[in-house]
Design a protein around this ligand. Structure first.
Ligand code: IMP
Ligand code: MG
Length: 182
């Protein structure tokens, strides 16, 4: 069932992932992260802007001591398709050398954004580097970038809400919805 939110855009009436499902999934991801890190301090690197709500909930759900920094990447391309050319719009403020880095992403789609971020971070010699994404679009992957923690997997379709945008809109929806006709 599709409902019209703006004249030009149609979002699914029912959420693909409800706020409650997201909260429950984050609880179990956090438990998995706590087991894996054994209390070692984590440096979460949130990739702006899409992961701002996810990282806010994840950092409150883990019990492992955690520090946080932010990176802002821009990928050239259309609103819905990454081109693979990545620009660092805002770099980290902290050194990641010898830190246990956990990259927190909104969506891994082609994997091009993450692949280029991963090699940039590995050059800075962290003690370890893992990747956590809220959404995995496995069928769209064109790189073999390893993803260690996955919130939800979907095949395709463009989604918005809970931080995810379409041309900067809909980030504030508390749940995740499918955009029709993209
Ligand atoms: P990739 O480089 O193709 O993996 O692109 C990943 C980035 O594209 C994500 O971090 C998102 O910012 C954006 N993206 C990909 N699919 C979607 C979607 O369905 N909704 C919103 N943003 C998306
Ligand atoms: Mg985005």
């Amino acid at each position: 069932m599709i409902t019209s939110i703006t004249p030009n855009l149609k979002l699914s009436k029912e959420p693909l992932f409800s706020a409650q499902e997201i909260a429950e999934r984050i609880k179990s991801l956090a438990a998995q992260i706590d087991r894996d890190y054994h209390g070692q301090e984590i440096l979460m690197i949130a990739v702006l802007k899409g992961s701002f709500l996810f990282v806010a909930d994840l950092i409150r759900a883990v019990r492992t001591p955690t520090i946080i920094d932010f990176v802002r990447l821009a990928s050239y391309g259309s609103a819905t398709q990454s081109s693979g050319i990545i620009e660092v719009r805002k770099d980290l403020e902290m050194s990641i050398k010898d830190k246990h880095v956990l990259v927190v992403e909104d969506i891994v789609d082609s994997g091009l954004t993450l692949e280029s971020l991963r090699s940039m971070l590995l050059n800075r010699k962290p003690a370890s580097l893992k990747i956590c994404t809220l959404i995995n679009k496995q069928s769209q992957r064109i790189t073999d970038v390893p993803v260690d923690y996955i919130g939800f997997s979907i095949d395709d379709g463009f989604i918005v809400g809970y931080g995810l945008d379409l041309d900067e809109r809909y980030r504030g929806l508390p749940d995740i919805r499918i955009v029709a006709g993209v």
